[in-house]
Write a protein that binds this ligand. Structure first.
Ligand SMILES: *Cc1c(COP(=O)(O)O)cnc(C)c1O
Length: 234
């Protein structure tokens, strides 16, 4: 795993050089979903401190193990929710995740507002955008983002911090460049319309296409299988 982590970091650096960006502005999120806690420990030892998970139950389990982990005590890792979130599971997230990447509906946002208000804390969220309008994927359309952010800006316990997308599966990462570019342009236009919001994050790029995503402005890349190996779903 060490070799893979180093290679991803190097490729992020090179993509930043090509784009004239500072590589410190890109967060490498290790997508550890389905992997055992020992895999997180190994990645942590190679400097990955942010982990992406797509199941609330798995976040709860790994969070508990992390609290008991003396090696991580001084610098606890941060968990990010990146998968489809059911409303009845939102109540388990306050305090456990630093960012919810996958907010894909207004009702879900209202549930997040309600549960975070109860805990007197604020949820940092990203809006998931279905840029390519794929049937199989959830997320807002680019066209509705402005209206959605207008509503979310009214919620005192929800802070919209940017946008996220899962680009189409493709053999050729170049094919996703227009998707990433469209997401970045959408963020720039929201920044102009909502100057009071901290709209800074672009969560885009996975194992197959993170270099192109970085060239197009990604601030968070979500890399799973390249670092942790193929996932086995039982
Ligand atoms: C699984 C997953 C990833 C990581 O995918 P890889 O292709 O394994 O890097 C990234 N983002 C989301 C939302 C995912 O569900």
């Amino acid at each position: 795993m060490q070799k893979e982590v180093e290679l991803v970091r190097e490729k992020i650096r090179l993509a930043c050089d090509r784009a004239g960006r500072d590589s410190e502005t890109v967060l490498l999120l290790g997508v550890s979903k389905t992997k055992p806690y020992s895999a997180l420990q190994e990645a942590y030892s190679y400097g990955i401190h942010d982990f992406g998970e797509n199941k609330v139950q798995e976040i709860r389990q790994k969070y508990e193990m992390m609290l008991e982990d003396s090696l991580m005590k001084d610098c606890p890792p941060r968990f990010h929710m990146i998968g489809t979130l059911q409303k009845n599971k939102v109540k388990y997230l306050p305090g456990k995740v630093v960012l919810i990447h996958s907010v894909d509906s207004l009702p879900l946002s209202l549930e997040i507002e309600k549960e975070y208000a109860k805990k007197e804390t604020t949820a940092k969220i990203l809006l998931e955008v279905n840029v390519a309008k794929e049937e199989s994927k959830s997320g807002f359309s680019l066209e509705e983002l402005e209206a959605v952010v207008t509503e979310l800006a009214k919620l005192p316990h929800v802070l919209v911090c940017g946008l996220m997308t899962v680009a189409p599966f493709t053999e050729d990462a170049e094919e996703n460049r227009p998707v990433f570019r469209a997401l970045r342009e959408a963020l720039l236009s929201l920044q102009k319309k909502f100057p009071a919001l901290p709209l800074t994050e672009l969560s885009m790029g996975m194992s197959g296409d993170y270099e192109v995503a970085v060239e197009e402005g990604a601030t968070i890349v979500r890399v799973g299988s390249f670092i942790f190996g193929e996932r086995v779903y039982l």
